[in-house]
Design a protein around this ligand. Structure first.
Ligand code: NAD
Length: 500
């Protein structure tokens, strides 16, 4: 029996009416367990109508009361952590501890947004001129929307809706149609936390719903996270429709290993950051860049047995599993196709996970860990984001060559340098054209009170996610200049006012 999922509109589960559905799999078994409704333009429009009607009262609710909803939401997330993690692992495939991390990294943004009263405080200049005061306030935009990817079905929706809602907006969330259950559970929890109906609408769907969001004249802002071609498309179409748009795209994250690095530490970091979540993280390390032949030889020698020993299993097999299946059969085919191409194009496949079969789960979407050496920048496995458990090693002869490799890559999401040399680390941080940099830290995802965002083809738009930027993105500034008590009764002014 497949379960038919719903949308969440005006505080209720609402059945899809378009007649179109997407299959939702349990990636471990390969079975279709649920059907996700794919919204029509009319269904999206109805959700926006509800949001529009509810938003003014929410914007007029004082920020402290809005923040209290998020305080309660945080408590409920802790209460339901196991349930959320189980639902997440079941549709995504990641391990239970990793699924909890997905929830916690979103929860931390909810915690940050409890500071909304402080973050929304404006600026004030007393006595900007004779009897003149000037102040700026940050007002919500109205209705905003978020379009999110499959790989963090709890964290990224929360990165979007928590700041938008805390700032007084209503929010339309269009989650990934591959794992939509957790976003629906989050909406239920927001209602339980006290959020008025209509302020958070979950509209499930595909391109049709996305296009309807981009074209809707009552949606003022769109936040997107997903692959680069779709990010570019959403950015162009949303901007052309006059919206405020921020789009975060794909990645190819390099880790530079200097000859002086602690190699055991570097190997631990590479194994976790390369293969955790089966490589389906936008901050996964997918390219190792050892500097010098000796570093490279020692690195591969230490890395290969560790990669071979990784424990791959369904999330139900226990907390010591390293990673689970990839999200769909199509993802598996694509990853294996790229590995084949890597071999054809001359890279050395040191660990070959292509033949991996999970006993008892023969139809699951499992891919064994693969490790490549001698990868060159002209190969497809280097140029494309593989988004699977595949690590490529590109050997370079010098620090400058390593830096140049990272600098000329089309993506600029995250990168790391492993070294004991403060000067090399400092130079790397200063010069590299990548948005998030780790020094002896392989996945430098900033915490909620800083901001998250890449450079180059990893992000489009000018503000980052979460942190203070999120409140800038989901509000607009109004600046008031006032003169009391003597105003125009002194007579009209004909030249532009200046504060002499
Ligand atoms: P995706 O681009 O396939 O889908 C993202 C969203 O876009 C989904 O909601 C999907 O329904 C929608 N979509 C898909 N095709 C569309 C189309 N043709 N027109 C309009 N909308 C469409 O991405 P995914 O496979 O779900 O997620 C993986 C990608 O996301 C990877 O490239 C990864 O690097 C990236 N990602 C980036 C970040 C970041 O912050 N930079 C974070 C997480 C994931």
């Amino acid at each position: 029996m497949t379960i038919e999922l719903t949308h969440w509109i005006n505080g209720k589960h609402v059945k899809g009416t378009s007649g179109r559905f997407a299959d939702v799999y349990n990636p471990a078994t390969g079975e279709v367990e649920k059907k996700c409704p794919l919204a029509s333009v009319e269904e999206l429009n109805a959700a926006v109508e509800g949001a529009k009607a509810a938003q003014p009262a929410w914007a007029a609710t004082n920020p402290q009361r809005r923040a209290r909803v998020l305080m309660e939401f945080v408590r409920l997330l802790h209460r339901d952590m196991d349930k959320l993690a189980e639902a997440l692992s079941r549709e995504h495939g990641k391990t239970l501890p990793d699924a909890k991390g997905d929830v916690i990294r979103g929860l931390e943004v909810a915690e940050f947004c409890i500071g909304a009263p402080h973050l929304l405080k404006g600026e004030y200049t007393d006595g900007a001129g004779p009897g003149i005061d000037m102040y700026s306030m940050r007002q919500p935009l109205g209705v905003a929307a978020g379009i999110t990817p499959f790989n963090f079905p709890a964290m990224i929706p929360m990165w979007k809706f928590c700041p938008a809602i805390a700032a007084g907006n209503a929010f339309i969330l269009k989650p990934s149609e591959r794992d939509p259950s957790v976003p629906l559970m989050l909406a239920e929890l927001m209602q339980e936390a006290g959020l008025p109906d209509g302020i958070l609408q979950v509209v499930n769907g595909d391109k049709e719903a996305v296009d309807a969001i981009l074209d809707h004249e009552d949606i003022a802002a769109v936040g997107f996270v997903g692959s680069t071609p779709i990010a570019q498309y959403v950015y162009a179409r949303g901007c052309a429709a006059g919206k405020r748009v921020q789009c975060f795209g794909g990645a190819k994250n390099h880790m530079v290993i200097m000859p002086d690095a602690d190699l055991d530490q570097a190997v631990d970091a590479l194994v976790g950051a390369g293969y955790g979540a089966a490589g389906e993280r936008c901050m996964a390390i997918s390219v190792a860049v050892p500097v010098g032949k000796e570093t490279a030889d020692r690195l591969i020698e230490k890395l290969a047995p560790r990669v071979e020993a990784l424990k791959i299993a369904p999330y139900t097999a226990g907390d010591d599993v390293d990673f689970g299946p990839v999200v769909t059969a199509e993802a598996k085919r694509r990853i294996l196709g790229l590995v084949d191409k890597g071999v054809e194009q001359g890279a050395k496949l040191v660990v070959d996970g292509r033949g991996f079969v999970m006993q008892g789960y023969e139809n699951g979407f499992f891919v064994g860990a693969c490790l490549f050496d001698n990868v060159t920048p002209d190969m497809d496995i280097y140029k494309e984001e593989i988004f699977g458990p595949v690590l490529s090693t590109v050997r370079v002869n010098s620090y400058e060559e390593a830096l140049n490799l990272v600098m000329t890559n089309q993506y600029g999401n995250g990168t790391a340098i492993f070294t004991r040399d403060g000067d090399a680390a400092r130079d790397y941080c200063a010069r590299v054209n990548v948005g998030m940099v780790g020094v002896n830290v392989p996945i430098p995802v900033p915490l909620a009170y800083h901001t998250f965002g890449g450079w180059k083809k990893s992000a489009f738009g000018d503000l980052n996610q979460h942190g203070p930027d999120a409140f800038r993105f989901y509000t607009r500034t109004k600046t008031v200049t006032s003169r009391w008590p003597s105003g125009i009764k002194d007579g009209a002014e004909f030249s532009i006012p200046t504060m002499r």
